[in-house]
Design a protein around this ligand. Structure first.
Ligand code: BDR
Ligand code: CA
Length: 327
């Protein structure tokens, strides 16, 4: 057994999910022991395929990838974010799509069950897509909250605007009922919302450095993020760029990103059908008193980070010696 911390990543592999996976796969303190996929940026099936593309790039055929939910807890999926991540979910970059590694025979919930038993008391969860698989797992595995160390979630908007609606962030609005169940469960939870992920930006200069590198992981990120830079990044900031959303959450998990404002506060999810459906209502009233911990709150919310994560990510990927770029 390795000394590295085992991490299960639940994701909808998209562009920034791929950045998160590549960051973790290069990190010497963690071991990605499994990946479960969920609808969101694309179908769960395509997102699982994209996770295999990332793993094969790194020569990692040993990490199980299981397909999860194609629909939210309530109703059916209303949209997939192909306008942000491309029709293939990874920026329609022209890189080969084929993979040779098979998917796991297990469902996402069964893989979470198996890995949370195998790594009982050590496993950490990183959830960077809609929280549907995790909600199903909480239902199916009554002691899941005792088996894992914690869960780190990319999602929500505490004191800033949403990105899928004026009030709601994409991962949460895809399945507010699941988010409510996961954020309401009694386990140590870290929320990494748009408040910080929109301040951690990969610039066009970073992308140029990635593209010029001989490292396969760097070239891959440069290629798959081009579409994202020109679409979502440009629409958000008026310049070509990319918020590092999911990769920042991975950085918070490893401890490379240390939020300077990181209160333990109550978080509610709006599950009504009005204009604020999917909003994360974070109780930030303590801000004028240096954010004392709130009684009974198990969620820490990252509110401020220093904006340097992309420098670290680009340095890590451009100095990588692992992997083979698909041709
Ligand atoms: C989140 O939505 C998805 O499109 C991204 O992968 C990220 O997880 C950002 O709002
Ligand atoms: Ca994601």
């Amino acid at each position: 057994m390795t000394d590295r911390t085992p991490v299960l990543v639940d994701c909808d592999t998209g562009v920034d999910d791929a950045m998160a996976l590549l960051y973790l796969l290069h990190h010497d303190a963690v071991e990605v022991v499994g990946i479960t996929s969920v609808f969101g940026n694309n179908t769960a099936a395509k997102c699982a395929h994209n996770s295999l593309r990332v793993l094969e790039l790194m020569g990692r055929t040993d990490v199980p990838v299981a397909v999860g939910a194609e629909n939210p807890l309530v109703g059916e999926v209303t949209y997939l974010a192909t306008h942000v991540h491309g029709d293939d979910g990874l920026g329609d970059s022209g890189l080969p799509l084929e993979v040779s590694t098979p998917l796991s025979d297990l469902t996402a919930v069964d893989l979470i069950d198996e890995l949370s038993q195998r790594y009982r008391g050590r496993l950490r969860l990183l959830a960077v897509g809609p929280l549907t698989n995790i909600a199903h797992a909480l239902e199916a595995i009554p002691d899941l909250t005792e088996r894992v160390v914690d869960i780190v979630i990319m999602g929500g908007a505490a004191d800033v605007a949403g990105n899928q609606s004026a009030a709601a962030e994409a991962n949460i609005i895809h399945d507010p009922e699941a988010a409510r169940a996961v954020l309401g469960a009694s386990w140590p939870t870290t929320l990494v919302p748009l408040d910080v992920t929109m301040t951690e930006i990969i610039t066009e200069e970073h992308r140029t450095a990635l593209a010029a590198s001989s490292a396969p992981a760097a070239q891959f990120v440069a290629a798959v993020s081009d579409f994202y830079f020109g679409g979502y990044g440009f629409d958000s900031f008026g310049v070509r760029c990319s918020p590092c959303h999911d990769a920042v959450a991975a950085g918070v998990l490893t401890g490379d990103v240390v939020p300077s404002v990181f209160p333990r506060i109550a978080v509610e999810v709006d599950c009504t059908d009005g204009p604020s459906r999917g909003a994360t209502i974070c109780d930030t009233r303590g801000r004028y008193r240096a954010f004392p911990d709130q009684d009974g709150a198990s969620c820490r919310v990252a509110l401020v980070t220093d904006g340097t994560f992309a420098d670290r990510l680009v340095a890590m990927l451009t100095s990588s010696t692992a992997g083979v770029i698909p041709r």
